[in-house]
Write a protein that binds this ligand. Structure first.
Ligand code: FAD
Length: 274
């Protein structure tokens, strides 16, 4: 299908991009890997597309001992292939390896994936589990949105229509902690039927899930005996069925993945290679 007609601008200054978004029914475009299919299927029909690819400096990936800051134009591939990112927060590349295929990752942005807020996407659950945040710029200036406030519904984030996300921050792996990611998909690169990420830090065990509810969900399993963890997680998740998988099958996958990622993260925390 062809998109409905729309106007297009590609500003080279952030202030101009924010000003352009004042137009009603305007939409930011970063990598276009989610937006363009939505336009083509006429599931979105903005009157104006504001292409942010001309804005300078937004492709930076800044790694410090405190964490990883990913600019809004950093492509999934650049983040995935950064040895510095892997050293400071290995969960980021672990999850990115499951995002789509190389062609999509070469163009799609990690920040765009967060704003898009697909509950079947990998990076929203990573940001949620790690307690990360994004920085946005809008008519009222800049603000930081914590992951816990970012994902509000299916394909709905708390970034306002006239705001541009500038970067995302993924906190570093604490010393001695371990992480793991795994998912079940029909084919590698497809959206997951269910996915899970674990963070084990001393006695503390937290697991985040994708594709089980409308928003990424993080469950605290600290102190729960190993044999009871999956059922404890399911009490808080209540997976639903759809054309891709029944609710019962998703519950089975939650059981399998919970045990798998907690075991792997525990092994990594104890000195294994993440
Ligand atoms: P765009 O498509 O440009 O934008 C997506 C949405 O986010 C739009 O609403 C746009 O307005 C908004 N947006 C983007 N950037 C900003 C910003 N900086 N500020 C404000 N709003 C912004 N993703 C997965 O996670 N897992 C997968 O398995 C997966 N498989 C895929 C398979 C295929 C075949 C395709 C085409 C895509 C797949 N994706 C998958 C989606 C991919 O990861 C996208 O790149 C990502 O979801 C959106 O990033 P983008 O830069 O392309 O955003």
């Amino acid at each position: 299908m062809k998109p409905a007609p729309f106007d297009y601008v590609r500003p080279d200054r952030l202030a101009d991009a924010v000003a352009a978004l004042a137009a009603p029914e305007s939409k930011v475009m970063a990598g276009g890997q989610s937006l363009v299919p939505l336009l083509s299927m006429r599931l979105a029909s903005p009157s104006l597309v504001v292409d942010i690819n001309g804005l300078p400096g937004l492709d930076a990936i800044t790694v410090t001992s405190g964490g990883v800051q990913v600019g809004a134009l950093a492509r999934h591939t650049a983040v995935l292939e950064s040895p510095e990112v892997a050293r400071v927060q290995p969960l980021v590349p672990m999850a990115l390896a499951h995002v789509a295929h190389a062609t999509v990752r070469n163009r799609g942005t990690t920040v765009g994936s967060l704003v898009h807020a697909d509950s079947a996407a990998e990076m929203p659950v990573v940001l949620s589990l790690l307690g990360g945040s994004i920085e946005v710029s809008g008519p009222a200036g800049r603000r930081t949105i914590a992951a816990s406030e970012l994902f509000v519904g299916p394909l709905e984030s708390s970034v306002a229509p006239d705001e541009i996300a500038l970067s995302a921050f993924f906190p570093a792996l604490p010393p001695g902690a371990g992480v793991a990611f795994d998912e079940i998909a029909r084919r590698h690169g497809d959206y997951a039927l269910v996915g899970a990420a674990a963070l084990v830090e001393g006695e503390r065990i937290r697991v985040g899930y994708l594709s089980v509810s409308d928003v990424p969900t993080v469950v605290d399993l600290t102190g729960v005996p190993a044999a009871d963890r999956a059922e404890a997680a399911l009490e808080q998740l209540d997976p639903t069925g759809d054309i891709h998988a029944t609710a019962a099958y998703r519950r089975t996958l939650v059981r399998v993945l919970t045990d798998r990622v907690v075991a792997a993260a525990t092994a990594n925390a104890q000195g294994g290679t993440p």
